[in-house]
Ligand binder design. Structure first.
Ligand SMILES: *Cc1c(COP(=O)(O)O)cnc(C)c1O
Length: 370
């Protein structure tokens, strides 16, 4: 709003004050911080450590050269959607919704469900975007603490769902940042008891060796969400949500018309045609994860948590010092010390290329004694 300048008053007095329009809960947030990783061995963000094979990159470059970027993209991203259905074995009768990363799908789910007073339930500690997006969309967030070994507490999950009646329950399977899978039978009892939708977030599906996709037939309130980010295509920003058509078609109504850009549609389609490349890389990452875990587990000074994802959580009383020491030596991991009471002293290490993992282990062995 423009205000007239009165004589004797400085201009700045009439600057628009953000607090007059921005919601207080938004002003209380800090923007999502992404560390500058230039020049570092990057083990902080659960990325696939290898670039695309040259042949695939060239095929994508060739196809992208022919994309008409002066035109809007296919709003339904039909070819890409068909490819995902085929490659990811999505049940034929299930609905499918694509998002600009699975983060956007979480946001669409929240926007569609944000009745006044409606709640999102998550476990703690887990993926922070569930809580953040609850705030963005003016929903209540209810966090149910995990057990000390990061397993689900069935009684408190069932009691909290009964009391809070969440519209949405988000469960990451495997969980981030803890890396563990929850017990499938228990998950099914939670889905059966939930008063609303349950989203099983399978961001780490390529490394997990299990899926809730097979349960879609059994439940009318189950949605399975995945992303290609951890598989090796984080830069494309592409996630997908599958579940009952009746639910997916409602969520689709809050999707912005061209959420999957033309270049992502083409590149994603071609990359996924070569999914065998990524499947092989995922297998190699899993085997490096196992050797990294045994190296970490052999260090008595720290605790390492078994993982079914492409990262490993460790705990050490001087975690922040170790984080700084690694950074000084050119290795970037994720410092979770202070992020949540149950993560005190925790660092999250993404599995990288074998030589990177060995460098990390070498530095860690020195730093844990400081
Ligand atoms: C990384 C991650 C996501 C986000 O994936 P994008 O598709 O890159 O937005 C979602 N859920 C969990 C649990 C994750 O760890």
């Amino acid at each position: 709003m423009l205000m007239p300048l009165l004589p004797g008053y400085a201009c700045s007095e009439y600057l628009m004050r953000p607090e007059s329009v921005i919601r207080p809960e938004i002003r209380a947030l800090s923007a999502y911080h992404v560390a500058d990783a230039k020049g570092f061995i990057k083990l902080d963000a659960m990325e696939n450590p290898w670039p695309l094979p040259d042949a695939v990159a060239m095929e994508i470059a060739e196809a992208c050269a022919h994309v008409q970027v002066n035109r809007y993209p296919d709003s339904e991203a039909s070819e890409l959607a068909a490819r995902i259905r085929q490659v990811m074995s999505i049940p034929q009768h299930a609905g499918l919704l694509l998002g600009n990363g699975s983060d956007e799908l979480i946001q669409m789910l929240a926007m569609a469900c944000a009745k006044p007073g409606a709640a999102i339930l998550g476990v703690e500690p887990s993926f922070v975007m569930y809580r953040m997006i609850s705030v963005f969309c003016n929903m209540r967030y209810v966090g149910v603490p995990l057990e000390e070994d990061f397993s689900l507490n069935e009684v408190s999950m069932l009691e909290t769902m009964e009391k809070e009646q969440p519209s949405l329950v988000f469960i990451a399977f495997p969980n981030n940042p803890t890396g563990n899978l929850f017990e499938p039978g228990l998950l099914k009892r939670i889905i059966a008891a939930a008063p609303g939708l349950v989203v099983i977030d399978e961001a780490y599906y390529p490394f997990a060796g299990t899926t809730a996709m097979d349960w879609l037939d059994e439940f009318d309130n189950l949605l399975v969400m995945r992303t290609v980010s951890k598989l090796g295509l984080a830069g494309l920003r592409l996630g997908y949500l599958t579940g009952p058509v009746a639910v997916i078609s409602e969520i689709n109504k809050v999707r912005l018309p061209y959420n999957i850009n033309a270049l992502t549609q083409v590149a994603g389609q071609i990359a996924l045609a070569h999914h065998a490349v990524f499947d092989a890389q995922a297998r190699e990452i899993c085997s490096m994860r196992e050797s990294m875990f045994s190296d970490l587990a052999s260090m008595e000074e720290l605790e390492a948590y078994p993982s079914q994802a492409n990262f490993i959580l460790i705990r050490h009383e001087h975690a922040s010092d170790i984080f700084d020491g690694l950074k000084k030596r050119g290795v970037l991991v994720k410092n979770l010390d202070g992020a949540h009471p149950m993560l005190t002293g925790c660092l999250r290490i993404t599995v990288g290329q074998q030589n990177e993992n060995l460098i990390l282990i070498r530095h860690l062995k020195e730093l844990i004694h400081l």
